[in-house]
Every structure is written in C-alpha cells, then in structure tokens.
Design a protein around this ligand. Structure first.
Ligand SMILES: *Cc1c(COP(=O)(O)O)cnc(C)c1O
Length: 406
C-alpha cells in the first residue's frame, strides 16, 4: 500500500535507513565517545535480533513472565453510552506485567544486554515508570541497574522510588540545574560514556539516537501484531480506526506497527493540557517545528532560544517536548493523523471507562480513550481499537486530590 509516495509494503525493512533515518528525522547527533557505544549496540542488535535463540527466548519471556498475549476487550457499555452504533475496543496493556506497555521494550533491551555480555543497565527516569520497568527487567536477568533521577522527581515520585529500590536498582540522585528529567538524561549519558564496556543504556521510548527508535519500536510491535490477529479473530474484520496516545511514542508505534499497511485510519493523540499556548501543552507534532534534541532530529517545541520548551500535561508520561522520529515521518507523509485532547476531556474519559467498564486507565491512556469516544461520536458505524497503554493505580491519589469524584 502506498501513501503520498511512501511505500508501506516492506516498510519495516526500509525504515529506518542504515543510518537510522525515517525520511529526514532520526539519525544520531552525539559525541564521538557516545557514537562508539551506539555503534556497538547497533551492530549487536542487527545480528542478535535475527537469531532464533534470541527470538524464542523473548517469546517465552513474553508468555511466561509478562503474561502475554494481553487481551482485547469490547467496551459494550461505553459503546452503548455513546450510542452511534460504533463499537469501541481496547488492547489491554494495563494487564501486561507491571501494569503498562513499557516492560515490552525493557525486557527486550535487558535480554540484548545479556546477549552482549553486559553486567549493568543504565537509564534515567522522570515520573519513574521507565525506571520501575527497567528495574523489573534487570531483576529478572540478574543485571545491575542504575537509574538516574532528579532530586525534585525523587521527592514527587516516592512510591516509584521505593519500587525501584525493592527491585534492587540503585537510584542515583541528580542535583544539577532544575534537578528534573533533563539533568537526569545528561547524568545518565555521562555515566554511560564512562561505563559502556560493562553496561548498556536503555531508553524509555522510541526516541534518542539510532538504533533506539528502531529497537524500541521492534520490541513494542508485539502489541500491534497481537492486536491485529486478535481483532480479526474476534470480529472477522480489521478495525476502521486505531488510536493511541503519544508521549515519546512507544506504545503508539507498537500498536501502529500492526496496521500501517492496512486500510485502517490511524490516530496518534497528543496532550493539549490546559490549552494551545506554549507551556500549557506537550503537543509537539501539532505545534512544533523541526530541530535536534537528545541526540536525534525531530519535530519539537522550542523556547525563544531554540532550546526544548517547558511543556505541561496532566499525564507525566506524556510531557516530553518532542516525539520519536518515526512519528515525525508518519506525520509528514500523512499516514497517521496526529490530533489532541485536553486535560478536561481526558479526566472525563478516565471516569467514563472506570464507571462503565470497570477498567481504571492510566491518565496517559485516558487521552486515547477520550479521542476514541470523540471519534465514535462522529462516525456513523464501524469500530475503533484503542491502545490502553497502562493501568491507573499510579494516578488515583492525584485524581482524587485534584478533581475529586466526578
Ligand atoms: C510512559 C507511558 C506513556 C507514554 O510513553 P510512550 O512512549 O509515548 O508510549 C503512555 N502510557 C503509559 C501508561 C506510560 O507509562
């Protein structure tokens, strides 16, 4: 299938290219030391990911440890509540071990570390979700795990800090600058430059220098591959539309990977937060411009100096000022439509899914649910498959304190 000059037959063989580019996005904009380390990971991944032993071990782990495949649930009452006849479905990544999709790529990255003979995994974390998923994978494989985290985030995210420590990870406090995610990224990269002979760096989304956007997509594609087969099995057809929320874009890329070459409308949903003013949202593909940050070429929100702008979202997993390079490419060629929902619509969807279906979603995932509901109102018939990237247990205290019971 061709879309605006881009061929989607054999898409995964052709994108990214050998240098990690999806069209003009992606690549690798890093120091020579870091480039040496990335080249090593890239070469190892290209070989290991094709080995039958690696593939079968990852399959076994997905089934026996993670509890995959995760089901698809038909949202009978929510669909009836909307009342247009459109049927909504959710892919239940909330039922993946640890309660979200992030473990899909962390298990892949940690298994790669093991095959490369590394002893340690290194990463940064903001809200702590990536840190917890990586600490889980490290415990499973018996790897050391260093998680860099800003002092401010350590205070805010006490339960996730406790989880990481219980799982045996070392949480390294970063006190520089504003002491949040950006400083944690810098500190983790600096540590990795020194330790790369014994360690590998594990990125938490489809972002960063090549090969991470490709690797994380490949590891997450299990979501879309399962979902396509399950949906056909359940209904005898493909969904008319597929929806996922986009922070860095890993859960969305995983889901979309299953449907890019199908006659299915695909929607990536960014957080509009409090509104369209810079600083009030994190909708980089809707409001951003081309630029380079965190080692890759992307579409990003910039401040007056061209630096990554401060962003906001009610969902801490979505407040990133850029998106993965593959999303930028799919945006420009028009294969995926990137749209927004705001905080208010998200909180309404959070309660609707909880009340009508008995599923409490992560606030990140509630963005996709909100858009799926809006879409169902405008469609006369058909079906919408939403990626429910995680469960909402982590968000309940915050929702009750800030919004009360709606
Ligand atoms: C981290 C997170 C996200 C956002 O990350 P992506 O890379 O955009 O998928 C979305 N949902 C949940 C539940 C998360 O934990």
């Amino acid at each position: 299938m061709k879309h605006n000059g881009v061929e989607f037959d054999n898409y995964f063989k052709n994108y990214p290219d050998a240098n990690g580019y999806f069209g003009k996005y992606g690549g690798s904009y890093i120091s020579p030391e870091l480039q040496t380390a990335m080249n090593e990971i890239s070469a190892a991944y290209q070989t290991i990911c094709k080995s039958a032993k690696f593939i079968s071990e990852l399959r076994r782990i997905r089934k026996d440890f993670q509890g995959r495949p995760t089901p698809i649930s038909h949202l009978d009452r929510l669909s009836a509540h909307i009342g247009t006849g459109v049927q909504l479905y959710v892919k239940r990544e909330d039922l993946n071990h640890t309660g979200a999709h992030k473990l899909n790529h962390c298990m892949g990255e940690a298994l790669l570390a093991k095959y490369m003979g590394k002893k340690k995994v290194i990463a940064e974390t903001g809200a702590g979700q990536h840190g917890v998923a990586l600490a889980t994978a490290a415990a499973y494989f018996g790897l050391e795990c260093d998680i860099y985290m800003g002092s401010v985030d350590i205070k805010k995210q006490a339960p996730n800090v406790a989880r990481m420590k219980i799982l045996g990870a070392r949480v390294v406090e970063v006190k520089d600058g504003l002491a949040t995610l950006k400083e944690a990224v810098d500190a983790a990269f600096a540590a990795y430059c020194k330790e790369y002979k014994d360690a590998i760096y594990c990125i938490g989304s489809v972002v960063g220098p090549h090969p991470f956007p490709m690797m994380v997509r490949d590891f997450q594609s299990v979501v879309g591959i399962e979902a396509r087969e399950q949906f056909l099995d359940m209904t005898g057809e493909l969904p008319d539309a597929v929806v996922a929320c986009v922070g860095g874009g890993s859960n969305a890329m995983g889901m979309f990977a299953g449907f890019l070459n199908d006659p299915v409308d695909i929607y990536g949903i960014e957080p509009l937060g409090r509104g369209p003013k810079l600083g009030d949202h994190a909708a980089s593909l809707n409001f951003g411009e081309p630029g380079v940050m965190h080692g890759f070429s992307t579409i990003m929100l910039k401040d007056e100096n061209g630096e990554p702008a401060p962003v906001y979202s009610v969902a801490s997993g979505l407040d990133y000022p850029a998106s993965g390079p593959e999303h930028c490419f799919l945006h420009d060629c028009g294969r995926v439509k990137y749209d927004v929902v705001d905080d208010n619509e998200t909180i309404d969807a959070f309660f609707a899914l909880s009340r009508l279906e008995g599923i409490i979603p992560a606030i990140e995932s509630a963005h996709a649910v909100a858009y799926g509901m809006k879409l169902a109102k405008t469609m006369g018939k058909g079906s919408v498959l939403i990626n429910l990237s995680g469960r909402g247990d982590k968000d309940m205290d915050y929702i009750i304190e800030k919004y009360g019971i709606r």
